[in-house]
Ligand binder design. Structure first.
Ligand code: F6R
Length: 257
């Protein structure tokens, strides 16, 4: 795989930013990192995101599975979030997306893949149970993240506390508009709430890889890396973590530095 990169634009002991030649190269790097982890520890716990950004990572892992015999059958995975009230059988539910792009395509054991229960009658209890299940699995070894146009990670919208845990949240109109492309009926069809891992939950992962592609993400990326670390920029919390890699294409990196 060709992975032409420029030198990391920011490096501290904890956070590395890599500008890749294109999204596919960046996704390939994320897949290689996951592959290395699984080879060293087949029972590793992955944190998996949905949306369009991680799809090329999952495709690259499929290729590694086919060409190099990468075996994820003993790995576990925890999804970041799920819409509240969505029928889990709908193709837009994150359960369906994870089932298709991760569990089946990558050969994970469905019993070891967890998704927040957005249909639970008691969302507080479901959120608590999700935290507990991550904890009892030993925590997430490697978390894959995308970033929203407004800087959200998971569905932690601006204003979210950086030590927040899994909980039900309201989605901003901006996020619902951005995700309307996945729903037949447009924005009115996009649920108004989600059950999401908190920023504090995400920060407990031992390693985090965030990917961002396209100029639409440039401002959120620059704020996360160079703006103040506060609630207005959920992704800025990543600068407090000890092992973060940010993989960008050139457009997403265009406002950095
Ligand atoms: C997805 C998630 C979100 C997305 C973000 C970017 O599980 O939690 O934070 O990563 O909204 O979405 P895309 O990749 O579709 O631009």
């Amino acid at each position: 795989m060709t992975t032409t990169t420029t030198a990391p634009v920011h490096t501290s002991s904890s956070l590395r930013v890599v500008v890749a030649a294109d999204a596919e190269s960046a996704a390939g790097m994320a897949a290689e990192r996951i592959s290395a982890l699984i080879r060293s520890r087949p029972t590793a716990v992955l944190g998996v995101a949905t949306g369009s950004t991680p799809s090329p990572v999952y495709r690259a892992l499929q290729t590694l599975r086919r060409t190099e015999g990468l075996d994820l059958s003993q790995a576990s995975a925890f999804a970041l979030d799920e819409y509240v009230g969505i029928d889990p059988r709908r193709p837009q539910s994150y359960r369906s997306v994870i089932d298709g792009e991760v569990t089946r395509s990558l050969g994970l054991d469905p019993l070891r893949v967890a998704i927040p229960d957005g249909s639970a009658p008691d969302l507080v209890e479901a959120a608590h149970a999700y935290e507990e299940s991550i904890r009892s699995a030993g925590g997430v070894d490697l978390q894959i993240l995308g970033i929203g146009h407004n800087g959200h990670i998971g569905f932690n919208e601006p204003g979210s506390a950086h030590d927040s845990l899994t909980r039900a949240v309201d989605l901003t109109p901006e996020t619902r508009r951005a995700n309307a492309r996945f729903f037949d009926g447009g924005i009115d069809d996009v649920p108004t709430q989600a059950l999401t891992q908190g920023i504090g939950t995400i920060l407990r992962a031992r390693e985090i890889v965030l990917l961002a592609f396209g100029s639409g993400k440039a401002e959120a990326v620059a704020r996360a890396l160079e703006g103040s670390i506060d609630r207005s920029s959920p992704a800025s919390a990543l600068r407090r973590h000890q092992a973060v890699t940010i993989l960008l294409d050139k457009a997403a990196a265009s406002m950095v530095g």
